[in-house]
Design a protein around this ligand. Sequence first.
Ligand SMILES: [Zn+2]
Length: 468
Amino acid sequence: MATIQFWGAAQTVTGSKHLITTANQKQILLDCGLFQGKVDNREDRNRHFGFKPYDLDYVILSHAHIDHSGLLPRLIKEGFKGVIFATPATISLCEIMLLDSAFIQREDLKHVNKRRIRRGEIPIEALYDVDDVEQVIDLMVPVEYEETITIEKGIQLTFTDAGHLLGSASVHLDLTEKDNTKIKLTFSGDIGRFNDQILRTPQPFRPCDVLITESTYGNRLHPRGYDAEQEFLSVIKQTCIHQKGKLIIPAFSVDRTQDIVFMLNKFANKGLLSHIKVFVDSPLSVKATEVIKRHQECYNDEFLAYLKTDDDPFGFQNLTYVSDVEQSKKINDYKGPCIIISASGMAEAGRIKHHIANHLHQPENTVLLVGYCTPESLGGRLKAGEKEVRIFGEMFQVKCNVVSMDYFSAHADYEEILRYLDHLKPQKVKQVFLVHGDQPAQLHLKTLLEQQGFQHIAIPQVGEQFNL
Ligand SMILES: [Zn+2]
């Protein structure tokens, strides 16, 4: 009998890893994510999978976010020799995002190991390095959306667009067992929004017997019916025109930054930005923007129509992309009003910390938070209204404005999750597993799904195994 075992994103939102073993003893891993943020035994869980990587036959990757893809290089280091299936855009994003992850780990460890060596302790080895990333890319096989491929006899794979990140997919497996029983399994991956500026809405898919769905916002609704462009524009006008200050935006380098730049591009085309300079200060953003430009197969119809009027939606006069460190430092010397977009989104790492530290003390400036921030992150502390924050070990007074806009979230809220599932006949789905969510969100979503008529809904724990 086929089984599924949950090794990550089980009652948490990180480290996505779900292991399917078919009745024919083939092992398929859905996603291979890194545990990020505050997780018990994080180091240990990122080093030890709980299963044997060399026993795996296939990995199927839903999308390139590091909490779904970030341990693929480690998997190879630990002996995985199979094939990794992903959409073409996911492969392109993995090339830059996994390299960035390897680089960040190396930089972080430099500091940690300096301290360890001083204390006479053994230095910690990185989870993986650049060479391991290159091997991941070599093992990746592209599969287009809506194309059904036979991986091997009895295992068919189809991706549908999940609308969450460029290349993001829901995974559909059709398993035919030795005794000819058939299992139709769907793994949602992360589900996107129904109002993305660039990506399609999450696409419908064929009926399934087994559903594994994310539940990140299983107890939350994003704000409805407000005009995000107007709100963003009014923050820009207030900060950069009325107060002559600087607008600092911490944003993830991939997708969120391009969303913001595209909105600014629309403002620029309407002449609304006048002389305000915009800096995108992140080497990864520069590379990600190039990848997004290349993968037009992921665009929605409105964005494709926009391209007919403006062939460079991520570029306009007064916009400067900055990769170089020295150039990044020079942004601080710029005297006039400006907008600085930099990573990371929670302001926990990267160049954004310098920009925030340099601008917090001036009341004319604004920090605009555009995505989810964990409470302990710098972004989270600013969002909570703290009047003094620690950055690089030093205390800084918060005198500038702090504004947050929820519009840019990339995860479906619970109404959108139900909308994504609404073409399924709940009674026909035999088993539902809720993953990628904290417990309150999962319990709320479970109740909602039961009200829709779904039955046998499990909230798996780490290591828990179920028969399919
Ligand atoms: Zn994601």
